[in-house]
Design a protein around this ligand. Structure first.
Ligand code: PEP
Length: 259
């Protein structure tokens, strides 16, 4: 099964409205001759930068996503943003369950599941993050953790909806640390994740689901990672904050996916 690769930039808490606009304009120039039939490109700015980025990206094939979503449609949830609010900005994607949200903001597999259901109901494409910490890897618990995150995070979702989800495997020990999982380590985790997805959604849906790698991916390692059979793209933090490095990484990813 051929899966279109997808490279998404997670800007985290970086770039105000003007900086976000400038970054997307520079990215459009850098990617002017890219064949977007070969790769889906997404940027995920902070909430307050979304509008200026949507405007800057209009007329290009660059998609825009949010970094979080609340599960309730509206109400007394100070500081939160609903699915309807996101849809009204024009975003098409939303990151759910990033490890920084799990680590600093009390995100659990149950809240991931609630947010995922809200995103699907609103027609947003969810990018759901899973991954083990260093202690979990060193304790030989990687598969147990991934299995739990998938079964509990994806509970109650139909195979039809499941097939549209994007999963990001982000080993926590590789995020922002400069330590990348080797292509073999990443492939082993991706293959395991796909087998778990098959258990939840069936083989056809699992084969359709795109699994991104995230964790210190950069232009220098993107090609080798993307040449692995179960690595279908990347979720990029640091290297997505500059147009030239993000564009270079995207081109390397496309080259790797053809190997
Ligand atoms: C991320 O936070 O999703 C990420 C992968 O960050 P970095 O690329 O900086 O490791």
């Amino acid at each position: 099964m051929s899966r279109k690769i997808i490279v998404a930039g997670n800007w985290k808490m970086n770039k105000n409205a003007a900086e976000g606009k400038a970054l997307v304009e520079a990215l459009k120039n850098e990617l002017a001759d890219l064949d977007f039939n070969e790769v889906e490109v997404v940027v995920c700015p902070p909430f307050t930068t979304i509008s200026s980025v949507i405007e800057a990206a209009s007329g290009s094939a660059i998609g825009v996503g949010a970094q979080n979503i609340h599960w309730a449609p509206s109400g007394a949830f100070t500081g939160e943003i609903s699915a309807d609010m996101l849809v009204s900005t024009g975003v098409k994607y939303v990151i759910i369950g990033h490890s920084e949200r799990r680590q600093y903001f009390g995100e659990t597999d149950a809240t991931v599941n609630s947010r995922l259901k809200a995103a699907i109901a609103a027609g947003l494409i969810p990018i759901v993050c899973v991954g083990e910490t260093l202690a979990e890897r060193e304790g030989n618990r990687t598969e147990e953790v991934l299995a739990r995150q998938i079964t509990e995070g994806f509970a109650g979702i139909s195979a039809e909806d499941g097939a549209k989800i994007i999963v990001a495997y982000e080993p926590v020990w590789a995020i922002g640390t400069g330590k990348t999982a080797t292509p073999d380590i990443a492939q082993a985790a991706h293959s395991f994740i796909r087998s778990q997805l098959a258990g939840v959604f069936g083989t056809d849906a699992a084969e359709a689901i795109r699994i991104q790698y995230g964790g210190s991916m950069k232009p220098e390692n993107a090609r080798a990672l993307l040449s692995q059979p179960d690595i279908d793209g990347g979720l990029i933090g640091g290297a997505a904050l500059k147009a030239d490095s993000f564009a270079k990484l995207i081109r390397e990813a496309v080259a790797g996916s053809k190997n």
